[in-house]
Design a protein around this ligand. Structure first.
Ligand code: AMP
Length: 198
């Protein structure tokens, strides 16, 4: 089996810390791990919450960190000004499109509705054949158990016919998740939509 290599991984995570210290710790561990493997972090560009913890740890380990943030959020999410690069874009749509374009794979950490929205939109693009990049889910302390239950429900109810789970790579720790992403083999899908087309 040929192992996948990644130059840049896009990370979706909370702009809050959450109440469990383990989530912040996992964000830090992931940032440090990516940096130690020479994989650049692509993320929303903030210095608050798990976003900030991730970026700071990657930078402290000598890694490259690329932020993508819309104008309107620069104040609200407190843009991180110590990044390797900070792209300021006009809209949330542009943010997601640029993050997706820059990234070879995606990892979702614990977060709120913004994180879920980013995760689902990018995952949907995989299902539609817009990209062929894996979706990693970092399941720190079983955080995503309710999401897994919801997905099992959708599957049982017959709404996951395209088997989008083939794109999903899950693990409880950053090390296990990155190792699983390296072993990922993209399923064969019909490429019938490109970004920007409807
Ligand atoms: P949250 O998980 O709600 O803390 O948000 C995490 C990140 O998702 C933040 O950087 C938000 O700005 C971002 N976000 C929120 N809503 C959206 C959206 N509709 N599209 C893209 N990013 C979003």
């Amino acid at each position: 089996m040929t192992l996948q290599t990644y130059r840049r991984i896009g990370i979706y995570c909370g702009s809050n810390d959450g109440v469990h210290a383990g989530h912040r710790e996992a964000a830090r561990a992931l940032g440090a791990l990516l940096a130690s493997q020479g994989i650049a972090v692509v993320y929303g560009g903030g210095r608050i919450g798990l976003m900030g913890a991730l970026a700071d740890a990657a930078l402290a380990t000598g890694g490259e960190v690329i932020g993508v943030m819309p104008h309107a959020l620069v104040q609200r999410e407190v843009a991180h000004h110590g990044l390797t690069a900070l792209h300021i874009v006009d809209s949330m749509h542009e943010r997601k499109a640029l993050m997706a374009e820059l990234s070879d794979a995606f990892i979702t950490l614990p977060g709120g509705i913004g994180t879920l929205e980013e995760f689902f939109e990018t995952w949907t693009w995989a299902q539609l054949g817009v990209h062929t990049k894996p979706m990693g889910l970092l399941d720190t302390d079983g955080f995503w158990h309710p999401l897994r239950a919801l997905l099992a429900h959708l599957d049982t109810a017959g709404f996951l016919r395209g088997a989008p789970q083939q794109w999903l790579v899950q693990a409880a720790t950053p090390d296990a998740l990155l190792a699983a992403l390296h072993r990922f083999e993209a399923p064969v899908t019909r490429r019938w939509l490109r970004l920007g087309e409807t």
